[in-house]
Write a protein that binds this ligand. Structure first.
Ligand code: FEO
Ligand code: CA
Ligand code: CA
Ligand code: CA
Length: 514
């Protein structure tokens, strides 16, 4: 049996452009929840689900708990029936009702889920079920107000996230400028407002400075706070490690072309309120402190530490941080402690397929201020994947990751993504015949991206988001995808639960080999 397990090989999927969620033999799925589903008397599940994570209600029962799901962004065509293509200048054309619908459909959801007879199900109308939206009041975990407020309205652009060692959810505000725009400064420090894509600021004049943060959510009551000390940028994720003395280290990438990788080291145990934010110089292997007191170059440009944190991108550049090819998700290898960062691509630097970067902290210490960086896997036709985005390790140390080729370039003649077909989920087994190989185990419906992979605490279920199926639709009567094949033919972002023999076999093999 042992030899059989060692010899066991996974026959990966071929690239596919089929409009369906395809899984490799040995895996099955069912839809857990989809856009529009009622979760409580007053709330519905939001749009474009991304990051998922799960915390058991009682640590003795891993099969009953609270699922957090990010709702990253909306497609106006489906959500508010606003059709960009009908207007020469689409900005400023939405009605307040349309904007309200859009703002309701972003943020996140808390839903209680339970496993009954091997199948995960949503517990409808559970008192924990609730929505956090773009209008929910959220406090700033900071001693000074930002744009005159210590409590702000809502969270948006919630892409990936993490959990804290004290069992709360972390959700990260990524492309916040699409909602309320951005403030930019000229060489004389004069600010100008750059308009958003959605045009929400025409009805709600919320300052851009209230967005672009890491947000912590209490699973039990939904109360939320934004952690200013972790800086403001297009946070993809927040991956937290607890040090022996209970202080925490949090890694986060800024998913924008030529932006940076950050780590925060807290100064107090069990809290993300105070500490030092560092940015990576990957050439010299140094974490550079974004600290107004200690950095004359920052003191000269910014009036205080709050301003350094609000304008973290500019501060990072002044310190000489290394520009990266769009840092996306970050995970810590549970066996070696190495840190992996998905660098999705950088078309301006001719990197079309991206790579996975490996960071080794000096002496394996997470609070070290030096490290070495190297490429773990490069994307491309030879390795079989392009544009890595979300990462997840299962409890056996196998690496799972998803791809995010953009819908406008995927499956398009003449674009570098043709051979890869639809976005997919891959696994890199740690042991056995397939160790180190990249294997395609799921293929997404048309125009969709698989996001938010998260292993339930029993290690046997992979929770996964199917985000933006049918995103390239121009005419709502002729959607490019119909997944998950409801009677109304409207594609719906959904969360699925994946189980099966493949996960169990890989787990058994790792138990034998370790
Ligand atoms: Fe929302 Fe960087 O992906
Ligand atoms: Ca992402
Ligand atoms: Ca992840
Ligand atoms: Ca992405």
């Amino acid at each position: 049996y042992l030899q059989m397990l060692r010899n066991f090989k996974v026959k990966g999927l071929d690239p596919s452009d089929k409009d369906d969620l395809l899984l490799v033999e040995g895996l099955d799925y069912h839809v857990l929840i989809k856009w529009g589903d009622r979760i409580s008397e007053k709330d519905n599940f939001g749009f474009n689900n991304d990051f998922t994570c799960f915390i058991p209600l009682d640590s003795n029962n891993p099969k009953d708990g609270l699922l957090w799901v990010n709702h990253e962004y909306i497609n106006p065509l489906f959500v508010s029936h606003f059709d960009f293509n009908k207007y020469e200048n689409p900005k400023n054309q939405k009605t307040k009702d349309q904007v309200d619908k859009e703002m309701y459909n972003v943020g996140g959801s808390i839903v209680r889920i339970k496993e009954v007879n091997g199948k995960w199900k949503v517990v409808e109308n559970d008192p924990h079920n609730r929505r956090i939206t773009s209008q929910t009041p959220i406090s700033l975990n900071w001693d000074r107000p930002i744009k005159d407020k210590l409590t702000v309205k809502g969270t948006n652009s919630n892409c990936s996230g993490g959990i804290t060692p004290w069992n709360t959810f972390l959700t990260c505000e990524e492309n916040y400028d699409s909602c309320f725009g951005e403030t930019e400064y000229d060489e004389n420090e004069n600010p100008t407002h750059v308009e958003s894509n959605y045009g929400w600021e025409h009805f709600y004049n919320y300052p851009p400075e209230h967005y672009g943060w890491v947000v912590e959510i209490n699973p039990k009551d939904g109360s939320a706070q934004k952690h200013i000390a972790l800086g403001r940028f297009a946070h993809e994720c927040c991956t937290v490690y607890e040090l022996e003395d209970k202080r925490v280290v949090a890694y986060s990438g800024d998913d924008k072309m030529n932006e940076h990788l950050y780590k925060f080291i807290s100064s107090t145990p069990g809290s993300l309120k105070e500490g030092t934010l560092y940015v990576a110089d990957t050439v010299n292997g140094k974490w550079l402190p974004l600290d107004w007191e200690r950095q004359p170059v920052l003191k000269k440009k910014f009036k205080d530490q709050t301003e350094v944190l609000i304008r973290a991108r500019e501060a990072a550049r002044l310190l000489g941080a290394t520009e990266l090819n769009r840092p996306e998700d970050i995970e810590i290898d549970p066996i070696t402690g190495n840190i992996f960062v998905a660098l999705t691509n950088n078309v301006k630097k001719d990197d079309h397929h991206g790579s996975i970067l490996k960071i080794e902290e000096t002496a394996g210490k997470f609070d070290s201020l030096t490290f070495t960086a190297s490429t773990y896997k490069a994307g491309g036709e030879e390795s079989g994947f392009s544009c890595p985005d979300n990462l997840a390790f299962d409890f056996s140390g196998n690496m799972w990751f998803t791809s995010d080729m953009s819908g406008s370039a995927m499956n398009k003649e003449g674009k570098p993504y043709m051979a890869f077909k639809n976005n997919s989920l891959f696994v890199i087994p740690r042991f056995g015949e397939d160790a180190g190989k990249v294997i395609r185990v799921a293929s997404a419906p048309k125009d969709a991206e698989l996001t938010g992979p998260w292993f339930a605490p029993d290690g046997k279920t992979l929770i996964l988001s199917v985000q933006h199926p049918g995103e390239q639709t121009i005419d709502i009567k002729k959607p490019t995808s119909k997944w998950p094949f409801d009677d109304d033919n409207i594609p719906k972002p959904s969360v699925v639960a994946i189980t099966g023999k493949l996960i169990e076999k890989m787990h058994k093999l790792s138990q034998i080999e370790q």
